[in-house]
Design a binder for this molecule. Sequence first.
Ligand SMILES: [Zn+2]
Length: 202
Amino acid sequence: MSKEGRNANGIETLAAETLQRVMEHPATQNDIATVETQLGRYPRGMVAVGARCVGDGTPLVVITGPVLPGGIPFPTTMYLTSPEAVKAVSHLEADGLMRQYNEMLADDTNLRAQYERAHAAYLAFRHGLAERLNESEEHIEGISAGGMPVRVKCLHALVAQSLVMGPGVNPIGDMALERMRNEFDPTVCRCVRAQSDGQETR
Ligand SMILES: [Zn+2]
């Protein structure tokens, strides 16, 4: 069990370091306004930006607390907001990639172990966030996102985790990002700047 112990410690460290980095810069009014334009609705419970476009700093993923204002439990702590990324992931889903990834998970014990580790990392990150915000996780305990730890149900959530926590954490999110690189790549700015009147320019 010593190997599992080390893995668990590695996950705790990674989650703590990621949380520290993310929370160094809480969401600004400007971030919230940008994300509101991306989503077409106010990002309730948004506490920080989890990942940004390297080119222009546009938010790609938002970090949301475990309880929304009004007491609504919210398990999708890392939420993909970049319209370009959302669209690229939707194309992968339409291409049937989720079925392919589910088959890979069923066949590959090593991949499954990595995926379970990604689930644990997600929960550890949120646990740290909940402690910082003094919010309860009781209604979403053990629930991560995207179908983890055993299924692939939403690639958007898995890609979001890969963007926030970096490569080598969520193997499915990493594969999806690699696959859609010609359409969305966090290191290549293809952001459409939204204007304040809500109209997009291309
Ligand atoms: Zn950009």
